[in-house]
Design a protein around this ligand. Structure first.
Ligand code: SF4
Length: 714
């Protein structure tokens, strides 16, 4: 790949967790261009989103001045006016309702430094328990399952480059061919097995390569994983030596799987018994030979029983002897850009930096020492993302909310209800760089710097800490999130210096706060990253890095991994006479998350300007739908509009909609906020719905998603 040219800055893509390496440089016409650079995860490749990322740096839709709502309209204000107003109203709300009267909502796209400082700000400057973030909607189920199986959660406990040596890879609910295409360069195993209700591009690639596509009914992944475990045992493919030496709890897990013989699994999932056996054979044979991987994604995790689904796949991987072995493994394909680091440094309602639990007395003492406060000054655990959003403005919930880098008006489940909650607040403050659907409802909008305008670190899907470099200065009038937090903290009475706005200073403090914790950044330094060193956490000391976890033992005290006895339970909502179809949601090639950024990029918006619904031709005929025409989908929580795309490979009982659009094309107006009991993940992937022709189509706001807005990496 070509080296850095004059004026080129080496950094990483602003979007997904692959964090492809790129150069950002002037395009010679007053704008900014990106081009790939060589790096192990992307090997000189970028997807369409990465190639076009520079456009947003000079977008005319960029926010450049603080805005304050006066007389119902957002009007320009100075930073001093805006921050003074926020501090004054926060103080008044907390005086009336207590510290929890104001909450914070963060994001998995924020840098490690922002994630860390946001958690500290909430606990110390606000004294509030009420913080959570949109990563709860992303990897929380896999994280919870990994912690209970291995004692530690890191999306991939190995570098992605390890994947290419395997004989087989099973992908459950992941579609990297569309969502992170450069990853496909590592999926060169002779056999790919893709589990997805849709014939995605990844599923098609598996078939084209002689692999398998298993298309279960949405919500039956756990049954399928149990059936695969059952088939693998019947075929004599389990690694009994590994199970005996490195794990605990197999028999209890087997008691659940014993009932899922392949023919029964076929009845529940719709996947034929012969394919279940074939998949088990592919995976089990490769496991004993070249090595094999089981990888999960949002498709199998975003359920009200998502933790159990992820555990069922981990059980399969453990039974085949994969985790903690060179050349084999289990992993979760993290989604958001800093989905990994964003969940390690204290944005979660129940966690402190370093993956420490906020209820752990020793953890509180340690972090209090770093923060220079009394342990009792750190509040306890708050509530999860949807519970926080659903409580806004209610008698028991916060009356004020500060949102950083997230667009829950589009990305939260049951989003119409969430918008009502946001609108009921006495104070909504949004820090963003574009006028998102959430920012458009705010009382105060704070314009902040975006990716190539600031320094910081991100942690990619393999736990590697990366340097995000500044290529250009933010526009005049724009501040960084760290500067915003520092300015607010000072106004809220915090001592000078407690909230540094220099990212390297924050990283150094984060290292001290995380030291000794599960996600130990104690030995991560700006200089190591600047030098290009590959630093995978845990990195407890200078020079330390852990690219592969668990090779010597798992993170439980006895070093053994734990099987979890999980059974299949139905989705929270079933199709019925009123709502005869299942609607499932997901990401696609051209847009990122809520579409906040990508809907404002000309090439991406032109390719996919509006929401669509994928429907089997027979289902379309049954419901009077024509290709290219508008359809209305209705679930118990709301409706959305989408253009009909006929997909002959679709399941007849299931329709698919992307969740990248706002206005009356908001897919999350349909989704079910039923929550996983452990991870508190909502049921994004299964909702009962009906579909009908819609004329004349969307309202102007819905038909012009870019004008309607979109936000930061949500
Ligand atoms: Fe790479 Fe993801 Fe960016 Fe695409 S969106 S270029 S896959 S980091």
């Amino acid at each position: 790949m070509s080296p850095a040219g004059r004026g080129a800055t080496a950094t990483h893509c602003p979007y997904c967790a692959l964090q492809c390496a790129m150069f950002v440089e002037p395009d010679g016409q007053g704008g900014w261009a990106t081009r790939p650079r060589d790096f192990p995860v992307n090997r000189g490749g970028l997807c369409r989103k990465g190639w076009t990322a520079g456009e947003l740096l000079t977008s005319p839709e960029r926010l450049g001045t603080p805005l304050v709502r006066r007389g119902g309209e957002l009007a320009e204000a100075t930073w001093e006016q805006a921050l003074d107003l926020v501090a004054e109203r926060v103080g008044a709300l907390q005086a009336e309702h207590g510290p929890d009267g104001v909450g914070v909502f963060g994001a998995g796209g924020l840098t490690n430094e922002k994630s860390y400082l946001l958690g500290k700000f909430t606990r110390l400057a606000l004294g509030s328990r009420m913080i959570d973030y949109n990563g709860r909607f992303c990897m929380s189920s896999a994280a919870a399952a990994a912690v209970r199986a291995f004692g530690l959660d890191r999306g991939l406990p190995f570098p992605v480059s390890d994947l290419s040596g395997a004989g087989a890879v099973l992908l459950a609910g992941a579609n990297p061919a569309e969502t992170m295409p450069p990853l496909m360069g590592h999926l060169t195993a002779p056999a790919l097995v893709v589990v997805d209700p849709r014939r995605t591009a990844t599923a098609q690639a598996a078939l084209d390569g002689g692999g398998l596509h298993l298309a279960p009914r949405p919500g039956t992944d756990t049954a399928l994983a149990l059936g695969l475990l059952h088939a693998a045992r019947l075929e004599g493919l389990l690694d009994t030596g590994y199970i005996a030496e490195r794990t605990a709890g197999f028999e209890a897990a087997w008691e659940q799987a014993a009932a899922w013989w392949p023919e029964r699994t076929e009845l529940q999932t719709g996947v034929s018994a012969s394919r279940i056996r074939a998949a088990a054979r592919l995976l089990g044979t490769a496991a004993a030979d070249q090595g094999a991987y089981v990888l999960t994604g949002r498709g199998t995790e975003q359920h009200a029983k998502g933790t159990d689904s992820a555990s069922a796949w981990i059980n399969l991987a453990l039974a085949l002897g994969l985790p903690g072995r060179q050349g084999s493994g289990w992993g979760c394909l993290t989604g958001q850009g800093n989905g990994q680091g964003g969940r390690e440094h204290g944005q979660k309602a129940d966690q402190l930096p370093g993956y420490r639990m906020i209820t752990d007395a020793a953890a509180r003492e340690h972090v209090a020492g770093v923060w220079g406060v009394d342990e009792a000054d750190i509040p306890g655990a708050g509530v999860s993302a949807y519970e926080l959003l659903d409580s806004l403005g209610t008698p028991s919930g916060p009356k004020g909310l500060l949102v950083f880098g997230s667009n829950p008006a589009v990305s939260a489940p049951a989003a119409a209800g969430v918008r009502e909650r946001l609108d009921s607040l006495d104070l909504l403050v949004v820090a963003d760089f574009v006028m998102s659907e959430t920012a458009a409802r705010a009382d105060v909008v704070l314009p902040v710097a975006q990716w190539a305008e600031e320094e910081g670190t991100m942690t990619n899907l393999e736990g590697r800490v990366l340097r995000r470099r500044r290529a250009l200065a933010p526009p005049p009038g724009v501040r960084t999130d760290l500067e915003v937090l520092a300015g607010l903290a000072e106004r809220l009475g915090q001592p000078a210096g407690r909230f540094p706005s220099d990212p390297d200073a924050v990283l150094a403090e984060l290292g001290r706060a995380s030291a000794g914790g599960a996600a130990d950044y104690g030995g991560v330094s700006a200089q190591r990253l600047e030098d290009g060193e590959a630093v995978h956490w845990p990195a407890p000391a200078p020079g330390a890095s852990t690219p592969r976890l668990f090779l010597e033992g798992f993170a439980h005290p006895d070093g053994r991994a734990r099987f979890r006895p999980v059974g299949h339970t139905p989705a929270a909502e079933q199709a019925d006479a009123d709502y005869p179809l299942v609607v499932t949601t997901g990401r696609t090639m051209g847009h990122y998350q809520s579409g906040a950024q990508t809907r404002r990029i000309g090439e991406l918006a032109a390719a996919d300007p509006q929401a669509w619904v994928e429907v089997h031709p027979d289902t379309a005929a049954e419901h009077g739908l024509a290709p290219g025409e508008w359809a209305r989908l209705t679930a118990r929580r709301g409706t959305m509009l989408a253009r009909v795309r006929l997909v002959p490979t679709a399941r007849r009982d299931t329709v698919f909609v992307p969740f990248h659009f706002g206005g009356d094309q908001t897919a999350n107006d349909l989704t079910n906020p039923a929550l996983d009991p452990l991870s508190r993940m909502p049921e994004f992937k299964v909702a009962a719905a009906r579909i009908e022709p819609a004329a004349p189509g969307p309202s102007p706001a819905g038909a012009a998603p870019a004008a309607a807005g979109a936000a930061a990496p949500d």
